[in-house]
Design a protein. Structure first.
Length: 36
């Protein structure tokens, strides 16, 4: 049960980081598009 909870925490963390990364990439693309 503890192992499953740790796995769930890791999964939710990576999922959240992936979403943040996606937002960051969109912001960079938008900034580059705005500059040029």
């Amino acid at each position: 049960m503890t192992f499953f909870n740790i796995l769930k925490i890791i999964y939710s963390k990576t999922k959240r980081d992936f979403i943040y990364e996606k937002i960051l990439i969109y912001n960079i693309i938008y900034a580059v598009g705005y500059v040029f």
